[in-house]
Design a protein around this ligand. Structure first.
Ligand SMILES: [Zn+2]
Ligand SMILES: [Zn+2]
Length: 376
């Protein structure tokens, strides 16, 4: 919302420059921190100082008189939408999609955020890692320190739009004469002209640069997660505050482990006889420790063993996920003579025979019950 700058100084809208300065001086004597050191006084002093600055600047005062707030637009609040002036301009914009009757936009704009991608191994995701990424970005022009001016001269008011950043035109339409506004092409809507553009950046206040940045990748990070590096994005037009850099991480596949959130899954191939007799196997985890996994006698295909806390570290939290060991029981496809003889002996001894599985009453399910009813 536009602030009532006149009201802050106790003035009418037709106050002269002299009256503005007088009103400011009178209030400043009352609220200056040297005179009054309360918090409220400090706040009031800030308010009257801003009001004085705005109303004694013809360009800013015009924006105020049109119902806008030059401090909202020129302030370059990072990520903030430019303040709407209110009043007729917005209504015209809504109808005609105009560039906006909002006074000049600030020449200095916050920089854009940037996104980079980097791949890490599962081991790195386990331990955490530091990666160097190379980023093509815009940095502050060191010739002009972002001012855009070769000599450091202040920008002058654009003569084409008189500093409004936009040009108003009356157009005839079926509604009658309609006022339209468009951005001033001379100053790109900023209301300012740099008279001696910096030869390095041509007045943009920034230049292209390639930088190497070190990214700290926290332990437990997963694919698709982004690390935010505040202020490492592009410097904005006119040397505006830099955006943020986001580094999106992809964790590459592992030759043993499959990750599911914080759990690690691993499959062990258990020969049929080992499954029957029971066994054990050593697995080296990502913690580089040896985990002995017991394969119980009679382990079934698809059976699992859970190793608690042998999985991935939880991101920015205490603890680890689990390691889940899946048993894949391997049946030999070829048997040498001796093995065949031994297995035939086992079969004979056990009297093993294939049989059709029968469902007990409880597990017959809907279809079974349906058939039974029909039969009655
Ligand atoms: Zn420059
Ligand atoms: Zn202009």
């Amino acid at each position: 919302m536009a602030r009532d700058y006149y009201g802050i100084l106790g003035l009418d809208k037709d106050a002269t420059d002299n009256e503005i300065k007088k009103a400011y001086r009178k209030l400043a004597r009352k609220y200056h921190p040297d005179v009054n050191d309360t918090e409220e006084a400090a706040e009031m002093f800030r308010e009257i100082s801003i009001a004085q600055e705005v109303l004694t600047d013809p360009q800013k005062r015009r924006i105020v008189d049109m119902g806008g707030d030059p401090m909202e637009q020129g302030g370059g609040m990072p990520g903030g939408a430019g303040g709407f002036g209110g009043g007729f301009g917005d209504i015209f914009d809504a109808f005609f999609g105009g560039g906006g009757s909002r006074g000049p936009r600030s020449r200095v704009q916050p920089g854009s955020d940037a996104l980079l991608r980097t791949s890490i191994t599962l081991e790195e995701a386990y331990r955490g890692a530091q990666h160097t990424v190379t980023v093509d970005t815009a940095v502050l022009c060191d010739t002009c320190q972002g001012s855009g001016s070769e000599t450091g001269a202040k920008p002058v008011t654009c003569g084409t739009c008189n500093g409004m950043g936009e040009i108003q035109e009356v157009q005839r339409s079926f509604l009658g004469n309609v006022m339209t506004t468009r951005a001033c092409h001379q100053c790109q809507g900023t209301g300012e002209i740099i008279t001696d553009p910096c030869t390095t950046c041509h007045g943009d206040g920034r230049k292209k640069a390639r930088r190497d940045l070190t990214v700290n990748i926290p332990a437990g990070i997963d694919t698709g997660m982004r690390i935010r590096m505040a202020g490492q994005g592009e410097v904005g037009p006119g040397g505006g505050p830099a955006g943020d850099l986001y580094v999106e991480v992809t964790v590459t596949g592992h030759h043993i482990f499959t990750r599911d959130h914080d759990d690690l899954h691993v499959t062990v191939r258990v020969p049929m006889v080992e499954a029957a007799l029971g066994s054990s196997i050593d697995i080296t985890g990502l913690d580089e420790k040896t985990h002995t996994v017991t394969i119980p006698a009679g382990a079934q295909p698809g059976g699992t063993a859970h190793l608690e806390a042998a999985g991935m570290p939880r991101l920015r939290r205490e603890g680890h996920g689990d390691m889940i060991v899946h048993f894949q029981v391997d049946v030999p496809t070829e048997l040498d003579g001796q093995s065949r003889k031994l297995l035939e002996k086992v079969r004979h001894h056990r009297g093993d025979q294939a049989s059709v599985e029968t469902h007990d009453e409880e597990h017959r399910g809907f279809f079974g019950r349906f058939k039974n009813r029909k039969r009655r």
